[in-house]
Design a protein around this ligand. Sequence first.
Ligand code: AMP
Length: 249
Amino acid sequence: MKILVPVKRVVDSNIKPLIKTDHSGVEISGIKMSMNPFDENAIEEAVQLKEQGKVDEIVAISIGEPKSQDTLRTALAMGADKAILVSTEHTLESLAVAKVLEYFVIKEKPNLVLMGKQASDDDMNATGQILAARLGWPQGTFVSKLELYSNYVEIIREIDDGQETLKLPLPAIVTTDLRLNEPRYASLPNIMKARKKPVETFVLAELGVDITPRLYIQRLDESSPIREGVIVNSVEELIDKLQNEAKVI
Ligand code: AMP
């Protein structure tokens, strides 16, 4: 049983992102970058499944600038066996990422792709779904519990009015929610061991995958600050505030 875990290098979630002065995107030069939090859940789950003896190999893959190697080293230190770096200077949208992942799914033949439900930088929440559609594989998104069997995976997914339990025949795509598990910290000995684990490097431009963008960012702005709410004691007080303070009725 082999699991492929795509991991993305994003602005660390403890850092307040700064918008570039030309409003074309978020400033990342000199900013602390880390593994996308949902991808940490995916690696953690894969490692737990390996510890339970249900998985033989975990392959982590990252597509991005060469520095994504740091993110892969974190994945290896958490317990992945091998890493694949697909290096590119381009910022890729979900469709292009899914095409690159499809290329490596065909090459690596995993039984399960376990990935984040969304990347915390652009919150697209699309790559897993596009990949499943392209491969014609079953998908389970927003997964908060997972049981792996030899030819299917049973998942519980978070939906608006509760939880949905699904059985997906393998191979399948599963995207993780934060509730799935508590990702471990990589210990120092494991960080050292990870340095000896293999990282295969590919240059995206040499793969023949079409990454032509279909989306163009026109402008990025900070959202306006949320005004503090007020708790009123009566309907009369609410109506008074709406009439005389907010002046909306
Ligand atoms: P998104 O659809 O962009 O919100 O991302 C969903 C998931 O796709 C992430 O949690 C990752 O598992 C994966 N992913 C997105 N972009 C990349 C990337 N550049 N490299 C590796 N995995 C990625």
